[in-house]
Design a binder for this molecule. Structure first.
Ligand SMILES: [Zn+2]
Length: 461
């Protein structure tokens, strides 16, 4: 029997198909209020969706919480009673529950609850903040995936983790905790105050130091200044899919501190619960093909990857049961999903060039700081008959320190420019809850360029 990370692409896809069918037909189809309604609305069934996953349009936080009310996220949580569960539970699981019910009459309910009852919550979200529920069985899956993460990262139970992270109800914090637990490694979470982290480093000979990508450089400088002992650290985990520039900045901070550990990325996309890691710098985030299906889509249309990157990362969970994500739009961009065998010998799909939260950047608008969902903006412009072409350009204003969202449009023949500008501004506001800073009507061939976030959404350079 080959292990989870060495199966051939053909075996992986066969296993995924079986697991997807079980997840959709036994769990998501009958028990997810959101997906039950969605399947009905588009005239499909869980079985049909399982047969062709790409037939289901991907959804994100705005689809589940259309008016920004986080209560919408509750509709992703599977809601199963004992009798419903018995109808839909897969065979082996049901047989185990029935057998234990004969031995211990109360245990049946315990098995059902372990499988269906949300007992633990983290918060996620880019444009809004919503809860993600885990059952006890889910936490086992997260811990099991965490033990695998340790393998991918080349760590063992002899490694000692110090995580410079504030306690927070996030999938990252929970995932790292459960990973150390699952791998059997001692782990300390002293918070993000550098003095407290330095104190923890004096208490234990840490071999692994976990830092948030956003604050890693600053934290390392603070630890160095506080004289924290870091010579035992052989691995630094950068949590949150660092860019090349962020890695380089952290590498320089490590040089200043006089240490040269391995620098490895770990990341969990928003809404998901399994932490991905890389086996060596730049090899890509290794995913878990028996626990999830990772796909790339065009971020403007949500349609299957057209080869014109960058693309959005979409996740379908195969065995998580509290909040069950199907074709979930993470808001992360990636350059590619590699399926070739990695240098470590693993055959699992790997994501390269991941840019966390790139599709919902936090902008400093004149009206205040907020996460702006560029997918919603693009959706308001995509496929309009009155537009020949369009671009959205976001970035710092040439006039002051604020960010701007400028929509450039080329009218279709015969359209009135002034009317069009008004209609576009109105529709963008309706779709994304944001009035563009400016709508510019351009001649064909005059559309501006920039760093591509997606095909037609650019960042000012
Ligand atoms: Zn590898």
């Amino acid at each position: 029997m080959s292990s989870w990370d060495k199966r051939s692409p053909a075996q992986q896809s066969k296993d995924q198909q079986a697991a997807l069918k079980a997840q959709l037909v036994d769990a998501v189809g009958p028990f997810s209020p959101f997906w039950r309604g969605r399947f009905k609305a588009v005239g499909t069934t869980a079985a049909k969706a399982a047969a062709d996953l790409t037939s289901i349009a991907p959804v994100g936080e705005r689809d589940v919480c259309p008016d920004g009310d986080p209560n919408g996220a509750a509709s992703l949580v599977l809601q199963a009673g004992e009798s419903g569960w018995a109808l839909h539970a897969d065979g082996p699981r049901l047989r185990r529950a029935m057998a234990s019910r004969i031995a211990r009459p109360d245990s049946y309910q315990a098995v059902v609850e372990a499988d269906t009852r949300p007992t633990s919550f983290v918060f996620a979200g880019l444009g809004l903040r919503y809860p993600i529920a885990s059952t006890r069985a889910d936490l086992d899956v997260v811990a099991r995936a965490g033990a695998r993460l340790w393998q991918v990262l080349g760590l063992s139970r002899d490694d000692v983790l110090v995580a410079a992270m504030a306690p927070e109800a996030s999938a990252t914090y929970q995932g790292l905790n459960l990973a150390a637990l699952g791998a059997g490694s001692p782990a300390m979470f002293p918070g993000d105050d550098p003095d407290e982290v330095a104190a923890a480093l004096r208490l234990v000979p840490a071999t692994v130091l976990a830092l948030h990508t956003d604050t890693a450089e600053e934290t390392l400088d603070d630890l160095d200044e506080a004289g924290a002992p870091m010579n035992s650290v052989t691995t630094v985990l950068l949590v949150g899919a660092p860019s090349d520039a962020e890695r380089a900045a952290v590498r320089e901070a490590l040089d200043r501190a006089g240490i040269s550990p391995r620098l490895l990325a770990v990341h969990v996309p928003e809404g998901h619960r399994l932490l991905w890691g890389e086996c060596a710098e730049g090899t890509g985030l290794h995913t878990y093909p028996d626990l999830e299906i990772v796909q790339l889509v065009d971020p403007e249309t949500g349609e299957t990857n057209d080869g014109e990157g960058p693309d959005e990362v979409v996740v379908t969970q195969l065995c998580l049961r509290g909040s069950a994500l199907l074709r979930w739009r993470t808001g992360d961009l990636a350059d590619s999903l590699l399926t070739s065998t990695c240098t470590c010998g693993r055959t699992v799909p790997r994501l390269t060039g991941v840019r966390r939260h790139a599709l919902v950047p936090l902008l400093a608008l004149r009206s205040g700081h907020r996460g702006v969902d560029l997918r919603g903006l693009a959706a308001a412009l995509d496929g309009r008959a009155d537009l020949a072409d369009w671009r959205i350009v976001v970035g710092p204003s040439p006039r002051d320190d604020h960010d701007e969202v400028v929509v450039h449009v080329v009218p279709s023949a015969g359209e009135d420019s002034a009317d069009l500008a008004v209609a576009v501004a109105r529709d963008v506001r309706a779709a994304a809850g944001l009035l563009p800073t400016q709508v510019v009507v351009d001649e064909p061939g005059q559309l501006p360029d920039g760093d591509r976030i997606s095909r037609r959404v650019h960042q000012r350079v």
